[in-house]
Design a protein around this ligand. Sequence first.
Ligand code: TMP
Length: 210
Amino acid sequence: MKKGCFVTFEGIDGCGKSTQAKLFAERCGAAGYQVVATREPGGTAIAEKIRSLLIDPAHSEMGSECELLLYLAARAQHLREKIEPAVADGAVVICDRFQDATFAYQGFGRGLPLELLQSLNAFATGGNNPDLTFIIDVPVETAFARMSAMKKKQDRLEAGGETFFRRIREGYLSLAMASPDRIQVIDGTASVEVIAEQVYSQANKCGFFA
Ligand code: TMP
């Protein structure tokens, strides 16, 4: 694998991306790579505090502009404090969500202009993009059925409803079409083991285990 790389996992809530990010991290660790597993929003003390503000269902009055800026603030800190130093140190950084979530949720989901998101995100990241991204794609009905089976209390974003999540899923698929070299779409309806195998073999094809 390339020394020092940045891999992200994306998809709608309930798609199974966190499980896959964890399995990929374990597999890379077992193969002898130095691995840093992290998540957005979050990953550092400051960004985890911002996460609490963002997902708290009590904050139903939060506007899209405030939401966007909080996600970007968390990202700016997370990237500089944790991701960039780890990549520079030669680690494989595996992040559960990153910038594509902002385009999918705040852009396609909330309807904020994509050009504005491009420039604000570039400011937050300094233009530092992931090397490889997996979108774990499932129909919205599947994701909702899984979430209700887990009987977990919905966070503020998850309470958005089916139409909101349909826009987000479509958004993710258009992002994948626009960046075919970086973004791999994986069918998230297969079993956990089959998906993990596909993730690993795509990473291989992309030269990550060369
Ligand atoms: P998680 O449940 O995957 O940890 O993410 C928390 C929520 O934040 C999830 O509903 C997706 C949302 N989100 C955005 O809306 N924009 C973003 O930029 C990120 C990173 C997450």
